[in-house]
Design a binder for this molecule. Sequence first.
Ligand SMILES: [Zn+2]
Length: 275
Amino acid sequence: MPEGPEIWRAADNISKTIANKEITEIYFAFDELKVFEDQLVGQKVTSVTPRGKAIITEFDNGLNLYSHNQLYGKWMMSDNGEEPNTNRSLRAAIKTKGGAAYLFSASEIEMLKNDEIESHSYIKKLGPDVVHPDTTYEEVLSRYRDDNFKNRKLATLLLDQGFLSGVGNYLRSEILFCAKIDPDFRPKDCTPEQIKDLAHYSIELSRRSYITGGITTEPELVEALKREGASRKEYRHYAYNRTGNPCYKCGRKIAEMKTGGRKIYYCEHRQKSEE
Ligand SMILES: [Zn+2]
């Protein structure tokens, strides 16, 4: 499933393609949304905003398309008026003279009025979005210090969108790696310095990944590895999906374990305390 950085890039892409252009045609596959088709022709998309793993596409008549892609949904763009060639089933299409946005295979699509967004069952539970430019370090830090979260294992807490939204499976491994934290730790097991590092890297790695298109390693390391002929899979992350490969910080092997049904990757030397 895409994580915050990927959702933000998808929203940017939709915005670039259709925002502030008059809508010439709009299509919804679901019967309950058909009623909105006529209402939206002639309107414009005014903003496209990620909310956790959902996207809110705002129209200038006070309506907002809520879409959550779950595992299989995908937004695809077209600049030339031709529908993307795919076997996926079309759920929604927003066409303008300057380009069109198509939503395929998504399972959750709803139309919300402006005042219904914040009370939406998914949106109201979201924690601060780590990619959002308005989310501050202090805000993220206060989540890690919050009594409601401090007894939960970080490996599972970091996947909870109600804790911090936008963090998913790869960011979880990368944040814990950079902060040098044992994935089995709870916030209450961490030193105050470690908590600060967690807050710092939660923001830093998420925003870096948004800017770089999914790369969490620092630019200097990426450049050095590229010069050695490393593939994207090799230089993209510090720990995620690198089991058995040497750690870029200490040279020992990256390990993996399963937690919450999903693999987490870590450096035993950096992150596990010596017994
Ligand atoms: Zn290491």
